[in-house]
Structures are given as structure tokens and as C-alpha cells.
Write a protein that binds this ligand. Structure first.
Ligand code: AVJ
Length: 336
């Protein structure tokens, strides 16, 4: 990558900022959205959920009484972070996705106390988020090198820096957003960039009685409804579109075969939406649906099998007292 003109002494310029050759630029996202809107059922890729308002709404979701995953994962991390630091002996911790959460701090506190960590690498699509995270973390952990990488974890895992023993954390259950094939591709790509004896720490929501799951995605205050609906506001604003956001109902469904929540928007009245930036018009019949997000729930044995298939080994499944959520620690197997 080209050097930036104003490297700060506090942190290096994030890798990847000047490098759009690997894809992941706006035109990729537009092409992806066009395909998604024209497929059946029509879909919207989850990236369109997260503008500033979307991030705020998701934050609000994590504080809802019905939304159990955040607390459950925190409980597991509180209990096991020290063991994870010790067993892995990682000298570099990588976090895919957000970089300033208190979960990151729980993890880093344990690694710093253990004494082997040298470097923290947050990977995120937002350069602003990364620079803020780097600054906060540099204050809290003066002996740690914070080396942010701008990138999309579905495309830019090759941007992760080499060296030492690495532990890659992918928390929060975000992997539940992937379809089966996307998940396999992601896990395979991650296994491919890791060296034998590097580690993977993965947060996953677990299969449980459906009423508890659905309560978490159909909360009484309508926060999840607003969060899913916000994707249309984002597309309207960023892509010169004219979706009539109020013409859609939020309908979360449980897909028992794939054990996942399927979050859709359903058109009430006929609608013809125009997306200026795509030069595309889409007609909705009343009742026609737009799938915005899925949230897959996992069984320990199935996930262990998937990890094993792509090249992870020694899979250890940690759960909270209620067995609501899983934190999976796995090691990259030796290459044969
Ligand atoms: C951020 C993907 C883990 O699937 O539970 C929460 C997103 N969507 N409520 C999840 C979400 C609606 C969340 N993840």
C-alpha cells in the first residue's frame, strides 16, 4: 500500500485504505445489491443495515431484555478469557468487526495479564471506527502495538499481518448472518490464511426453544423492526432511492429446516421503488417480501464438523450457564 502523508506516531496508518484492488469498493457493493434485489426472494445484504443510525439501533438491541446473546457471550468471556490467553499463548490478537466494545477489553485485559500478547489488530470496514479504536486502545494498553486494518472480513482476510502466534476473534454471533455456502467460504478462507498453531475464537448463538429466539428478534419496543427497516432508509439516502418505508411490515420468521431467523420486510400495498444509483426499478405486489437478514443458530456437533472440515482442530466449545450461546476455541490444524 502507498504510505499515507500523515502517519501518526500513535498508530500506523491502517493497512488496506489505499488498496481497492482486492475488491470491496462501492461498485462491488452496488453490483451485489443489484443481484440481491433481483433474486427470489428479493434480499438486501446486511451491510446496508449499518449506517450511524443502524449501529445505534443495534446497540439498543443489545440492551433489550429479550436479546440474550450479548449478555451470554459476555458471561463466557468473563469466565474463560484468562484460559483462552493461556491455552493459545497468542502474541497477536485479531478482531474481525468492531474494535472498541467492552468485549474486546475483556479479552485484551486477559491477554495482557497473561503477558505474551504484543499486538492487537482490529479489522473493520470503517476507517473512522478503527482510528478511534486505536486511540482508545493505545491509551489503555500502552505496551501493545495496535495495528488496524481496513477491510471487509468476507473479502480481505489476506490483509492480516503475519508473525507470532495469532488468535483471530469473530464475536457476537455475526457468523449467523452468513448463508451456509458463505459460511463455508469464510471459514475456509480464514483457515487458509492462518498458520498451523494459530487460533480462532468464534461466538455463535445456539439452537434453543423457538419462542425465546423469536422474542429476541421481535421485541416489544419495536427496536428490531426499526433496525431492519432502517436498511431501506439507508438505500434511499445513499443510493437515491424512493422506497416507501412505511409501506412495509417487519416479519421475522423461524426457518426450522435451516434453524435460522429470517427477517423480512413485507409490502402492504403495491409499490414501485426506483433505485437511482442502480438505474433500477422494482415492483412489489402486496404481500411480496424482501429478506434483509438471517440469524443462524448452531448446534455444537454440527459446527465442530464444519470447522473440522475446513482445517481447524482441537475444537473446544464454551457456553454460559444457560447454554444460550457458544464461544468456540479452535486451533489451525497442521497442513498435510
Ligand atoms: C449482529 C448479526 C449478531 O443476528 O443477532 C440482532 C443482528 N439483527 N437483531 C444477530 C441482529 C436483529 C445480530 N448480529
Amino acid at each position: 500500500m502507498n504510505s499515507k502523508p500523515h502517519d501518526s506516531t500513535m498508530f500506523r496508518a491502517p493497512a488496506g485504505v489505499d488498496d481497492q484492488r482486492g475488491g470491496g469498493g462501492r461498485s462491488d457493493h452496488l453490483a451485489e445489491l443489484r443481484r440481491a434485489l433481483q433474486s427470489r426472494p428479493r434480499t438486501i445484504p446486511p451491510r446496508w443495515l449499518y449506517d450511524d443510525r443502524g449501529s445505534e439501533l443495534f446497540d439498543e438491541i443489545t440492551r433489550l431484555a429479550e436479546y440474550y446473546p450479548t449478555e451470554a457471550e459476555r458471561e463466557i468471556l468473563d469466565r474463560h478469557a484468562a484460559m483462552i490467553a493461556e491455552v493459545s499463548g497468542a502474541t497477536t490478537v485479531v478482531e474481525l468487526g468492531s474494535g472498541t466494545s467492552d468485549k474486546t477489553r475483556t479479552l485484551l485485559d486477559a491477554f495482557v495479564a497473561h503477558g505474551e500478547i504484543r499486538r492487537f489488530v482490529p479489522l473493520d470496514v470503517s476507517e473512522a471506527t478503527l482510528l478511534f479504536a486505536a486511540e482508545v486502545l493505545n491509551q489503555r494498553y500502552p505496551d501493545l502495538t495496535v495495528e488496524p486494518v481496513v477491510g471487509d472480513f468476507t473479502r480481505h482476510l489476506s490483509r492480516l499481518p503475519d508473525g507470532g502466534t495469532r488468535l483471530v476473534a469473530f464475536l457476537g454471533g455475526t457468523i449467523g448472518n452468513f448463508y451456509r455456502e458463505e459460511r463455508r467460504a469464510f471459514l475456509g478462507a480464514l483457515a487458509d490464511v492462518l498458520e498451523p498453531d494459530d487460533w480462532f475464537l468464534l461466538g455463535v448463538d445456539l439452537v434453543k426453544p423457538v419462542d425465546r429466539i423469536m422474542a429476541a428478534y421481535f421485541d416489544g419496543q419495536g427496536v428490531t423492526d426499526a433496525f431492519i427497516r432502517n436498511s431501506l432508509h439507508v438505500i434511499n439516502r445513499e443510493l437515491d432511492a424512493d422506497f416507501d418505508v412505511g409501506n412495509f411490515d417487519y416479519v421475522p420468521m423461524w426457518d426450522a429446516r435451516e434453524h435460522r431467523v429470517d427477517m423480512r420486510l413485507r409490502a402492504c400495498e403495491p409499490e414501485c421503488a426506483r433505485i437511482g444509483a442502480l438505474d433500477l426499478e422494482i415492483a412489489f405486489e402486496p404481500g411480496e417480501e424482501l429478506r434483509v437478514e438471517i440469524s443462524t443458530k448452531f448446534r455444537a456437533d454440527e459446527l465442530t464438523g464444519e470447522l473440522d472440515e475446513v482445517g481447524f482442530t482441537d475444537v473446544e466449545f464454551l457456553t454460559d450457564a444457560n447454554s444460550d450461546f457458544g464461544l468456540v476455541l479452535a486451533r489451525r490444524a497442521d497442513r498435510k
